[in-house]
Design a protein around this ligand. Sequence first.
Ligand code: PGA
Ligand code: ZN
Length: 412
Amino acid sequence: MTNNRIIKVEGFQLMDSRSNPTVGARVTLSDGSVGFAIAPSGASTGEFEAHEKRDGDNGKYCGKGVLSAVEGINNEIATELIKLNTLNQRKIDEHLIKLDGTANKSRLGANAILAVSLAVAKAAAASYNLPLYRYLGGISGVKLPRPMMNILNGGAHASNNIDIQEFMIIPVNSCCFSESLRKCSEIYHTLGKLLKEQGKATGVGDEGGFAPDLGSDEEAIELIVEAINKAGYTTDEIKIGLDVASSEWYKNGEYLLPKRNKKMTAEELIKYYEMLIEKYPIISIEDGVAEEDWNGWRELTKVLGDKLQLVGDDLFVTNTARLKKGIAESAGNAILIKPNQIGTLTETLDVIELAKEAGYSVVVSHRSGESEDTTIADLAVAVNAGQIKTGAPCRTDRVAKYNRLLVIESEI
Ligand code: PGA
Ligand code: ZN
């Protein structure tokens, strides 16, 4: 093991769940161990995320090719990592950041850097003969996350008329992950039946949740509550979470809900949430106000922070500097963790550590564009995140993460 080192780093242009190209990386060690990882990709991306490098050649894949990012892996990155002669993840990630040389990883691309960073960790885990969650979390990574399962899609993830991006169900008193998953799956099926009975569309959005046209956000929540009850559960055991993804609506200090063509101020949005949480069993709201609206975030947290989880996704973008600012400003009380928002594994682990120190809760998350890569399942267990967002129990890109968690549960 001591002489084990990286001997090969290869990049691949692969396909994501939205039929867009994405970056894969394979790292081979001198002892024959191999790590392979695929970068995901967002649709409602935060402005402050690390840069996703795309070719911009409109003749191919509508400009979304990633051949230049792959070339960076095969040449510069491969040369650097082979020369480095270490499996120390922190050192490797530091070198990748330095090699890129920009503040937001725009030269080599966060998609290329993340795929390599994760592939290195997987190769090292394989070389120690450890599952990834054990390699990353040691003996303390033991907690299976509670699913926050997005079963009704709107916003940028669906072509329906709903402005709120995600309506999630959250089982709160299950004995274990597999029981939570079963309850969510039953509710998902029941919701599908309900929609069918009412003559509504049962096609799904990017994260596998249903995406019908509905009269209002409240109608979506009411349908979900009905599905919870019809599936044989109560709202004491199954709660609701929303990802408003309101940065998508924010222009010139105002919120314009594009599908309903409605204007709202941050104050009006906060009042709206207050009304919703009075009426419905909502325990978590993500990106309730926009990534640049620090006043809105302070107010939102002042008004609702001790009543429910307020998750910063676009606000924090898995970035230690942004989270530090959020902590100082009392903005939110939870962070969404998406490794490709920041671009390396160790930076992801560092921001999780900071969140925990500050008493922020942690939700590990997929992106709307995904693949068969299941790293986030292992990551959630390794860091005892407690919560995971990885879509509906439908479409293999989402189900792969749930299946990985079922296997981890049986091992633990
Ligand atoms: P995205 O959506 O991957 O399209 O950014 C997920 C989210 O907003 O949580
Ligand atoms: Zn979000």
